[in-house]
Design a protein around this ligand. Structure first.
Ligand code: SAM
Length: 211
C-alpha cells in the first residue's frame, strides 16, 4: 500500500467511536467492550476497510476488529464508518507483531489476512503474516476451533504460505488457486486489492487453516 502522510489522521482516528486507542487495556475483556458473547473475528492489515465493513454489516451476530499498522491507511476505513450504524465493529491501529499484548489466549475465533504484504526478500520472510512465527501468535490468541483465512493474488507468497501452514503444524480445511472460479466464489467478500487485481485478470488464491 502506498503511504502518504495524511495530516490529522491520528486525531481523526482517535475521535472515531469505532477506534480503540489503548487496545492492551481490553486484553481478555473484548466481550465486555462489545457487551455480548458473540464470536470475535479480526482482520490483520485491513487497509481501507471495505471487506470488514461489508462483513460487519452482513453479520451483526459476529463482532469484528480491524487491525492496521498505519494511521494514514486506517483513517480511510474510519471515514467509511461514518455510514455504518452497527455496534459490532472496532478498529485498532497497531502492528500485528503485538497481537498477544492485545488478545487473551483463545479470545479470537477467526483471523482474516487479505492481500498481506509479500516481503519478497528472503531476509524479511519472518515478517510475512503467514510465516510460522505469526502462526505461533495466532495459535495463542485463537479459540480451539478457530481458523486463519488468507487470500492473495501473489502465487509465490501463497506457495510459501501453504508450506508454512504445514510446517507450523496446522491443517488445511480447503484451498484454491482460483477463488473466483471455485465453489467458494458465491460467499466471497471482496477487498479493495482483490477488486483491483481481479479486474486485471489475476487469479486469487485462498486457504483456510485450522489446528
Ligand atoms: N487487506 C487490504 C486489501 O486487501 O485491500 C489491504 C491490503 S495491503 C497490501 C496490506 C495492508 O496490511 C496494508 O495496509 C499494511 O499497512 C497492512 N499491514 C502490513 N503489515 C502489517 C502488520 N504487521 N500489522 C498490521 N497491519 C499490517
Amino acid at each position: 500500500m502506498r503511504l502518504r502522510n495524511v495530516p490529522g489522521a491520528a486525531d481523526m482516528i482517535a475521535a472515531s467511536p469505532f477506534s480503540v486507542c489503548e487496545p492492551e487495556e481490553w486484553k481478555g475483556r473484548w466481550r465486555e467492550m462489545f457487551g455480548n458473547d458473540r464470536p470475535i473475528h479480526i482482520e490483520i492489515g485491513m487497509g481501507k476497510g471495505k471487506f470488514l465493513l461489508t462483513l460487519a454489516h452482513k453479520h451483526p451476530e459476529i463482532n469484528y476488529i480491524g487491525i492496521e499498522k498505519f494511521s494514514s491507511v486506517l483513517v480511510r476505513a474510519v471515514e467509511k464508518t461514518e455510514e455504518f450504524e452497527g455496534d459490532n465493529l472496532r478498529l485498532i491501529r497497531m502492528d500485528a507483531e503485538n497481537l498477544e499484548e492485545v488478545f487473551e489466549e483463545g479470545e479470537v475465533s477467526r483471523i482474516y489476512l487479505n492481500f498481506s504484504d509479500p516481503w519478497p526478500k528472503e531476509r524479511h520472510a519472518k515478517r510475512r503474516l503467514t510465516s510460522t512465527r505469526f502462526y505461533e501468535r495466532y495459535d495463542h490468541i485463537l479459540a480451539k476451533d478457530g481458523q486463519v483465512i488468507f487470500k492473495t493474488d501473489n502465487r509465490g507468497l501463497f506457495d510459501f504460505s501453504l508450506e508454512q501452514t504445514e510446517e507450523a503444524g496446522w491443517k488445511l480445511l480447503n484451498h484454491t488457486f482460483d477463488l473466483h472460479n471455485s465453489e467458494y466464489a458465491k460467499e466471497n467478500v471482496m477487498t479493495e486489492y482483490e477488486t483491483r487485481f481481479s479486474k486485471e485478470g489475476k487469479p486469487i488464491c485462498r486457504l483456510v487453516a485450522y489446528r
